[in-house]
Design a protein around this ligand. Structure first.
Ligand code: NAD
Length: 287
């Protein structure tokens, strides 16, 4: 029977460590600041944004919500990014996805100052990650949270096969780079990959970020594998479920994340930790 990863407990510990860091910065008169730019009134985005805001304020991070109407034009969004790029009280800029289709999301991402790019989506930060460059730069927070989980549970990565189901720029791609940088042998599959099960059964570490409820069942998992479920899917009943059939898989995996209570809490805790990183790195740059 697998050990069930307690993402909530780990997130609590990380949040405590982050709050200590903000308290230390406060003694020097520094308050880390994050702005979340939210376009439109997508209900899920509103909930995510509100959660981030509450969490930030609880731990001594100043949180600004820039709410723009659904029909806002590109120039107005670009002007907001420019304003926060230059605002010394803001260390982290987050543009909440999804954006309305009429906006050029790529141009918006590319306009964010790389040292304020909390989602690690700017090509400069992605390039540094892919090149495994040393030094400080932000990375995507969900993959960062997954790496923290793997480290905390002492999962050996070097020489192991890590397979990622899903290759989005926010989850699968950057996490594949992080696992590769940690010397795992990485395989990334997508919705066009034939015979998914044959590939996933090779995985010592299986990370699933497809957005497809219960895509992975026990037939797809190597006995003893570490299974990380990034998926968050809302069933018609309103219940949240992952991309992995947890009850089916838990007795053959060695370690498994539940949904909810696994990767989700670690994403938001990692976002807070990285906001404080950005504030600290900017301070060091100015000293
Ligand atoms: P996305 O839709 O951008 O990408 C999904 C990827 O999965 C694509 O590469 C697609 O090719 C692949 N895929 C889909 N169905 C597949 C299949 N049947 N076989 C193989 N590959 C398949 O999604 P995303 O933004 O990466 O999010 C993925 C899931 O993770 C969603 O459920 C999302 O809600 C969740 N998510 C959770 C967190 C968190 O904090 N836990 C953070 C981000 C995303």
């Amino acid at each position: 029977m697998a050990t069930v990863i307690d993402g909530r407990q780990l997130a609590t510990e990380l949040n405590q460590a982050t709050a200590k860091r903000t308290a230390k910065l406060a003694t020097r008169g520094i308050t880390p600041g994050i702005v979340v730019i939210l376009v439109g009134d997508d209900p899920a985005s509103l909930i995510y944004t509100r959660n981030k805001h509450r969490r930030a304020e609880k731990m001594g991070i100043r949180s600004v919500l820039e709410k723009l109407p659904a029909d806002v034009d590109q120039a107005t969004v670009m002007a907001a990014i420019d304003r926060y790029n230059q605002d010394d009280t803001i260390d982290a800029i987050l543009v909440q996805e999804p954006l309305p289709a009429h906006l050029d999301g790529l141009a918006i991402t590319n306009a964010i100052r790389p040292d304020k790019d909390i989602d690690g989506l700017h090509p400069i930060n992605l390039g540094k990650l892919y090149a495994n460059q040393p030094g400080h730069y932000p990375v995507a927070c969900t993959p960062r949270g997954v790496m923290t989980i793997l480290r905390h549970y002492n999962v050996e990565l070097a020489g192991k096969n890590a397979t990622l189901v899903g290759r989005s720029i926010l989850v699968g791609k950057p996490l594949a780079a992080m696992l590769d940088n940690a010397n795992a042998t990485t395989t990334v599959v997508n919705r066009y990959t034939p015979n998914l099960s044959k590939v996933t059964r090779q995985a010592d570490i299986l990370v699933v970020a497809a957005g497809s409820p219960h895509l992975i069942t026990r037939e797809d998992v190597k006995p003893g594998a570490v299974v990380i479920d990034v998926g968050i899917n809302r069933l018609p009943s309103g219940k949240l479920t992952g991309d992995v059939d947890f009850n089916d898989v838990r007795d053959i995996a060695s370690l498994i994340t539940p949904v909810p209570g696994g990767v989700g809490p670690m994403t938001i805790a990692s976002l807070m930790a990285q906001t404080v990183d950005l504030a600290e790195w900017r301070q060091h740059g100015q000293e």
